[in-house]
Design a protein around this ligand. Structure first.
Ligand code: IMP
Length: 215
């Protein structure tokens, strides 16, 4: 395994954030987050570039998982770290698949894939008339691994579950997630439109506002 790279110039608690490691190797998330944080003068580095392995997501809440991922990346790199945890919460299913969205079908004995998750969700919702759902995202930013005051932000993107897929963009549950206000599924939206209005975008704007307040 490659050695984890420590980065010089890590911000100590209280100092301005210039360089932040993103506790994810998802290229799409890096692009989305880098664009918004770049405007605030923050350079974002993917943890994979520093040879940081993916952290476990063992917790029952989004915020605990996001914090664990951020602390893991900060501990290994010596840099401030940003992590997100997200999922789809369906009203008629008591908030499921929720924090287990990525492994929804797998936890029921199926495979770990978007197709299996969507099939499992559709069968859970068969005959259900309450189709309300939202995507939820929690962001956690720690200035260092033991930061006692992590910045936490969250975003909800409300919609309704379809019973047949629409659109080819996006990922995960997007073809089944309908936005009445836009008259489109998330997978029918231009990616730039999704990235500007999604749960992640809402949470990131909240985080940026908190950072600006702090500065
Ligand atoms: P993670 O936060 O990247 O671990 O995402 C958790 C899971 O939630 C994903 O694997 C998807 O199943 C679901 N999810 C989170 N955000 C989205 C989204 O924007 N579109 C579709 N599915 C999503």
């Amino acid at each position: 395994m490659n050695e984890v790279k420590q980065v010089n110039g890590a911000a100590a608690s209280g100092s301005p954030l210039k360089k932040v490691v993103l506790a994810s190797n998802n290229a799409g998330k890096l692009r989305e987050f880098a664009a918004l944080l770049g405007a605030a003068g923050i350079e974002l580095i993917a943890q994979g570039e520093l040879n940081v392995p993916e952290a476990e997501e063992p917790h029952p809440t989004f915020v605990e998982n996001a914090l664990a991922k951020a602390r893991h990346a900060a501990k290994l790199t010596g840099l401030p770290a940003l992590a997100d945890d997200s999922g789809l919460c369906v009203r008629a299913l008591g908030g499921a698949p929720g924090v287990y969205s990525a492994r929804y079908a797998q936890l029921a004995g199926g495979e770990k894939s978007d197709a299996a998750n969507n099939a499992h969700l559709m069968s859970a919702l068969r005959g259900e008339t309450d189709r309300r759902a939202y995507y939820f995202c929690v962001l956690a930013l720690v200035r260092h691994a033991d930061d006692p005051e992590p910045l936490i932000a969250e975003g909800r993107w409300h919609g309704e579950m379809l019973d047949a897929p629409r659109g080819t963009h996006g990922f995960g549950y997007d073809p089944y997630f309908f936005l009445p206000a836009l008259n489109a599924s998330a997978a029918e939206l231009d990616p730039a439109v999704k990235n500007a209005g999604s749960h992640r975008a809402i949470a990131l704007r909240q985080l940026l506002a908190r950072l600006t307040e702090e500065a």
